[in-house]
Design a protein around this ligand. Structure first.
Ligand code: FE2
Length: 378
């Protein structure tokens, strides 16, 4: 049995109820400099539908917020409307980035109490939000950097998103690209902090350690990182945590931390059932991906064995493949989606594999280093 399968089996030991049951990711909220234009990018390029909005027209005077949805994935793009808003401080410091990883729970009060009791730093006391569609209970705790976890209890609500938001549709035809759900969200933390945050997820949120990668797994001549993956009881939430490891030159994690000015979300992995379609569409619409050299595909068969996809097609689209004991996976990483080299997206298709593409890290790092070289930050 792989360590991952073993860990999954132990996740819900009989007789020990999960003190923080989570139904899935509720939404990911990004603070951005211009939410209106970012919302257009995610609609036109990534195929998200606009579903809800808050702003001046809805009586919201502090910020404007666009809620975008594709299947189970919900992204919220928020921008401040005046210089007094606290959102400005986040933007000045971090640029566009992920502020909230929101978790869908059945009891937001209890989620808050149980985690705060175990040492979480409160970010928002349980708050009831109401409108004509019912009520939502929201609470929040701090995690790494200035990122927060919101607990969203929406069992008594049938509105578009949250009270205060009004339904709003895209004003042009949206063509989805087949994105289904959030597979995992990765955090970058400062050198020496990885274990502290793994422990936070274990102690405060009851998550379990799934996998560890060290610099022997993930290093090139120049760069290295350490990574540990934690997951909640039912396995729906997976948070890999990276920290830089010493290399000859600046690692991509350090570059992120320099530009983000601290710990934060590095990438959001979104799952598809047809990565060839998804990536073809995204490329056609101008989404930029990391380049992987053609030589990557030379020994592909020896590395991953038989796969259902045509290797020439994968090569043309630059899609990466990795295998573990349970199957294989196909993945590809976008370039950062804002000018600072910080947050990016991963497109992933799982064909049995439950791991995270360890076999691709080296090829990928070499690719990222080429980009760093171009940016003069290696
Ligand atoms: Fe990933």
């Amino acid at each position: 049995m792989t360590p991952l399968a073993h860990a999954l089996q132990q996740e819900t030991p009989s007789g020990v109820p999960d003190f923080l049951p989570i139904n899935g990711t509720d939404h990911v909220e990004l603070f951005v400099g211009n939410a209106k234009q970012s919302a257009y990018y995610y609609q036109a390029a990534f195929g998200y539908n606009l579903v809800a909005y808050a702003g001046l027209e809805t009586g919201q005077k502090e910020f404007a917020s666009y809620v975008l949805q594709q299947d189970k994935i919900r992204l919220v793009l928020t921008t401040p409307l005046n210089p007094e808003s606290a959102i400005n401080q986040h933007l000045v410091q971090h640029g566009d980035g992920v502020k909230v990883l929101a978790l869908w729970v059945d009891d937001a009060r209890r989620s808050f109490e149980e985690t705060v009791k175990r040492g979480a730093k409160p970010a928002m006391e349980p708050t009831v939000l109401r409108d004509e569609h019912g009520e939502v209970v929201v609470s929040a705790i701090h995690t790494y950097g200035q990122t927060i976890h919101k607990f969203v209890e929406r069992k008594n609500y049938n509105g578009a998103f949250l009270p205060g938001y009004q339904p709003k549709s895209s004003n042009f035809e949206i063509k989805p690209v087949g994105l289904k759900y959030i597979d995992h969200c990765v955090g970058n933390v400062e050198l020496g902090d990885m274990n502290k945050w793994v422990q936070f997820y274990e102690d405060v949120m009851g998550f379990k350690l799934l996998v560890t990668f060290d610099d022997n797994d993930i290093s090139t001549e120049y760069t290295a990182l350490m990574s540990k993956v934690v997951s909640n009881g039912n396995g729906y939430i997976k948070f890999p945590i990276n920290e830089p490891a010493k290399g000859r030159k600046k690692s991509q994690i350090e570059e992120y931390i320099d530009f983000y000015r601290g710990a934060g979300v590095q990438h959001i992995a979104v799952a598809t059932d047809d990565i060839i379609f998804t990536v073809s569409e995204l490329r056609r619409r101008g989404v930029e991906f990391l380049y992987v050299p053609e030589t990557y595909y030379d020994d592909l068969f020896e590395r991953v064995g038989t796969i259902n996809e045509d290797v020439e097609t994968l090569k043309k689209l630059n899609i990466l493949v990795d295998r573990d004991d349970e199957g294989y996976l196909l993945q590809l990483f976008t370039k950062p989606v804002q000018d600072r080299p910080t947050v990016f997206f991963e497109i992933i298709q799982r064909c049995g594999a439950k791991s995270f593409g360890k076999g691709n890290f080296k090829a990928l790092f070499e690719s990222i280093e080429r980009e760093q070289e171009l940016r003069g930050t290696l």
